[in-house]
Write a protein that binds this ligand. Structure first.
Ligand code: HEC
Length: 233
C-alpha cells in the first residue's frame, strides 16, 4: 500500500498546526499591542527609550548582564517578587513593547532589574557600582566593569567635574582620576529607564491601604544592601 499521501497530509497537518499555535495565535493576541494612554493624564506607557538609554541597552546586552539579572516580575502568589520590592505589579507583554530584544533573563544571581530605575536612579551610585560593586555593596559577587571608565592624569585645571568621588582603597593614586566613558553613562541611563510602576488595564497595582499583609512600598523600594544613594552630579 502507498502511504505517501497519508504521510504528506500528516506532515502538512503537523507543520500547519504548529504554525497556527506558535505564529498565528500569538500574533493575533499580541501583534496589535500598543502603548497604554492614561485617560486622565494622557501619559503614555511604555514610552520609547531615549537614544542614550537605548545605546545603554545594547551595552547591557553585550556585557551579559542578563546572565545574572532578570527583568520579569512574577504575579502575586507565585513567588515573592512583589514582596521583595522588585515591582509593584507583575510584568505583562506591554511592558516590553520597545525592547529589541526583550532581555527577560532566566537567572537571578543578582536582583531583578524590572523596576530598578524607581528603586535607585542615582547616577553617582550606579557609576560607582559599575566601576567596582564593592564600593557600594561590600561583599557583592557582581563583577567590576572598570573598562567602562578611564583612568586619567589630573590636568593642570584640576579634577574633571564628572570624575568619580572615590576614597581609599578604591581611589586611584594621587594625581589621577577615574572618569566614566560614554558606555558607562549610557548603561546607567538604561538602568534609570527601567520603570514599570504604571497601572495597566491588564495588570493593576494593588492598593496597600488597609491591607495589613501587603508589603510597605517605601520599605521595599530602597536599594538592597546599599547605603543611601548620593545625589546625581
Ligand atoms: C555574576 C553575576 C552578575 C553579573 C554578570 C552582573 N551582576 Fe549586577 N548584581 C549582581 C549581584 C549579586 C548584585 C547584588 C549586590 C550588589 O548590589 O552588587 C547585583 C546588583 C546589581 C544592581 C543593583 C540592584 C539593586 O536592586 O540594588 C544593578 C543596577 C546591577 N547589578 C546592574 C548590573 C549590570 C548593568 C550588569 C552588566 C554590566 C550586571 N549587573 C552584571 C550580580 C551580577
Amino acid at each position: 500500500m502507498n502511504y505517501g499521501p497519508l504521510l504528506f497530509l500528516g506532515i502538512l497537518f503537523t507543520l500547519a498546526s504548529s504554525w497556527v499555535g506558535l505564529v498565528l495565535m500569538p500574533n493575533r493576541q499580541l501583534g496589535t499591542l500598543t502603548p497604554h494612554v492614561n485617560a486622565t493624564t494622557s501619559a503614555i506607557y511604555p514610552a520609547a527609550r531615549a537614544g542614550e538609554a537605548q545605546q545603554g541597552a545594547e551595552t547591557y546586552r553585550s556585557l551579559g548582564c542578563i546572565y545574572c539579572h532578570s527583568q520579569q516580575v512574577r504575579p502575586e502568589g507565585f513567588g515573592g517578587d512583589i514582596a521583595r520590592g522588585w515591582g509593584k505589579r507583575r510584568t505583562v507583554s506591554r511592558d516590553y513593547l520597545f525592547d529589541k530584544p526583550v532581555q527577560l533573563g532566566t537567572s537571578r544571581t543578582g536582583p531583578d532589574l524590572t523596576n530598578f530605575g524607581e528603586r535607585n536612579g542615582a547616577v553617582d551610585w550606579n557609576l560607582k557600582h559599575l566601576y567596582n560593586p564593592q564600593i557600594t555593596s561590600p561583599g557583592s559577587i557582581m563583577p567590576a566593569y572598570p573598562f567602562l571608565f578611564e583612568k586619567r592624569r589630573i590636568g593642570k585645571n584640576g579634577a574633571s567635574t564628572n570624575a568619580l568621588a572615590l576614597i581609599a582603597p578604591f581611589a586611584p593614586e594621587a594625581g589621577y582620576e577615574i572618569v566614566p566613558k560614554m558606555e558607562a553613562l549610557q548603561l546607567v541611563e538604561y538602568l534609570r529607564s527601567l520603570k514599570t510602576s504604571v497601572d495597566l488595564p491588564e495588570a493593576s497595582i494593588k492598593k496597600t491601604e488597609g491591607d495589613a499583609a501587603a508589603p510597605d512600598a517605601s520599605a521595599t523600594n530602597a536599594p538592597t544592601g546599599a547605603p543611601a544613594p548620593a545625589p546625581a552630579k
